[in-house]
Design a protein around this ligand. Structure first.
Ligand SMILES: [Zn+2]
Length: 241
């Protein structure tokens, strides 16, 4: 049986400086934030099936208020130790998706990363990417570099190159006994964006991303996909009706 657990890291505010700051919805005032700030929820996922324990993106790499890193702490809530993780799939390497990436924390995991995204991240750098945190991956023999417009991992995890949110993004379709689990990363970050026509200013090609979401919403509704939303703590997992 396949189980899916969202690993919420909470809500953050980001301003023009692109720095993520924790935002406490009960205490912090929305209006105290600099104008133009975005409120963003962050939430990796872990999928457990008969073959693998799979992480989908690795979060911000921040600590919770007790000073413990979010990702291992959130895994522990589901009785998963970092050394149990077998696969880590990265949709792209923006710092809010690859922040907790640590090859030593996950000694038994294979990392699946789009080769072109790694090259792009190193060229582009800060503030979208934390290059120093990514560099150890370049020489790690547990990285499986993904190439081409699409492909398949272990016969049941399919990836596709997309270039809406950023030029070298990939999305994943994971087969399960109840159908496709679709993880669109930042191409399909929130449930509400699947329901309405929406061009996001922060996307590389917002129109393209919008078209992709429309196609996936239709296909997913027809085929009963389960969608996982990284930036949507309220609706982490949903089907399209
Ligand atoms: Zn992103």
């Amino acid at each position: 049986m396949t189980q899916i657990f969202p690993l919420s890291e909470g809500t953050f505010t980001i301003g023009h400086d692109k720095i993520f700051r924790p935002f406490n919805q009960t205490n912090d005032e929305l209006n105290d934030r600099p104008t133009g700030s975005l409120l963003v929820e962050v939430q990796p996922f872990v999928i457990v099936n008969d073959k693998d324990i799979i992480l989908l993106d690795t979060g911000l790499g921040f600590n919770n208020p007790d000073g413990v890193a979010h990702l291992p702490d959130n895994l522990k809530k589901h009785n998963i130790h970092p050394e149990d993780v077998t696969k880590i799939l990265l949709s792209h390497l923006h710092k809010d998706h690859a922040g907790g990436i640590d090859i030593n924390l996950f000694p038994n995991a294979t990392f699946y990363i789009y080769q072109n995204e790694m090259d792009f991240a190193i060229q582009t750098g800060y503030p979208s990417y934390y290059v120093e945190e990514l560099l150890p991956l370049k020489t790690c023999n547990r990285v499986n570099w993904l190439n081409g417009e699409n492909g398949t991992i272990d016969g049941y995890i399919h990836y596709e190159h997309t270039n809406g949110h950023c030029p070298q993004h990939i999305v994943f379709k994971i087969e399960s006994e109840t159908g496709i689990i679709f993880y669109g990363g930042d191409e399909a970050p929130q449930y509400k964006q699947m329901k309405m026509k929406y061009v996001a200013k922060y996307d590389f090609d917002g129109k393209k991303a919008m078209q992709l979401r429309e196609e996936w919403a239709l296909e997913g509704a027809r085929e009963g996909w389960q969608f996982l939303f990284y930036h949507d703590v309220k609706t982490p997992i949903a089907k399209m009706l």
